[in-house]
Design a protein around this ligand. Structure first.
Ligand SMILES: [Ca+2]
Ligand SMILES: [Ca+2]
Ligand SMILES: [Ca+2]
Length: 248
């Protein structure tokens, strides 16, 4: 019961402290008895806290043609040897691939072939359009448990199919892409690291698996832009001594 009260204190404190900053780390609950040395990590290798810790996440933007889902995978809770069997918690799900469309159309592909694009913003996805509902979510990390982030993506695109009689029809296809994990530095950047959680936040920047951008022609991997899906973690460490204020 006391822990719940403390959590309440911290939730309120977040609102008081953050002000213009819309994201925050909500400190931690009472430290459990630990057999192992405490260790905090927030990088590609692992997401791990020495104490139970609630972190608030906010969807920022996506600049990628894929339709993606972002979440947290508990690396200490797996039913097999591979990461795909670990327990997952989804935080944000794109309901469409990007703001201005529901698929990469034949017209998009034609324009790309002549190095044009209908969207100079690289298929931007914004809160309220590609991500509906809450764009801030909290997650409780259990003490001394390794986690990672994951991104699931699908490529939704039209293809032209020539029938036997010579007529052309358009078929919309959905290709599910392999899940990418933050343990892969080719997929994810967490540049600010653990210290960033209490200093404005950590930008969790994803590169999915690459759709060539027409704005960068001639490059072998022109889509290693690490902006295909961006989430901000934390931002401000809550002071646990702030008294509880009733939430209206
Ligand atoms: Ca997208
Ligand atoms: Ca990319
Ligand atoms: Ca991109």
């Amino acid at each position: 019961m006391k822990q719940i009260e403390r959590k309440c204190d911290r939730l309120v404190a977040v609102r008081l402290l953050l002000g213009a900053i819309s994201i925050g780390i909500i400190g931690s609950l009472a430290a459990p008895v630990q057999a192992q040395p405490a260790r905090d990590e927030f990088d590609n290798r692992a997401i791990q806290f020495a104490e139970d810790t609630i972190v608030e996440f906010e969807f920022d933007k996506s600049y990628g043609v894929y339709q993606s889902n972002f979440g947290i995978v508990n690396l200490g809770s797996c039913s097999g040897r591979t990461v795909d069997t670990c327990q997952k918690t989804e935080l944000f799900r794109e309901v469409r691939p990007f703001d201005r469309g529901e698929a990469l159309t034949l017209e998009d592909q034609r324009r790309a072939s002549v190095r044009q694009t209908r969207d100079p913003n690289d298929f931007i996805g914004t809160p309220g359009i590609t991500i509906q509902g809450a764009t801030r979510k909290k997650f409780t990390f259990q003490a001394n448990t390794p986690y990672a982030f994951y991104l699931d993506s699908a490529y939704i695109h039209d293809v032209a199919i020539k029938d036997r009689n010579g007529s052309i029809r358009v078929e919309r296809r959905t290709d599910n892409k392999p899940t990418v994990y933050s343990v892969n530095t080719e997929s994810t950047r967490l540049s600010e690291g653990f210290a960033g959680l209490s200093r404005g936040g950590v930008r969790v920047q994803w590169d999915d698996t690459g759709i060539a951008r027409v704005s960068q022609p001639g490059q072998i991997n022109s889509d290693g832009d690490f902006n295909d899906f961006v989430v901000i973690a934390g931002g401000s460490l809550v002071n646990p001594t702030i008294p509880c204020v009733s939430v209206k």
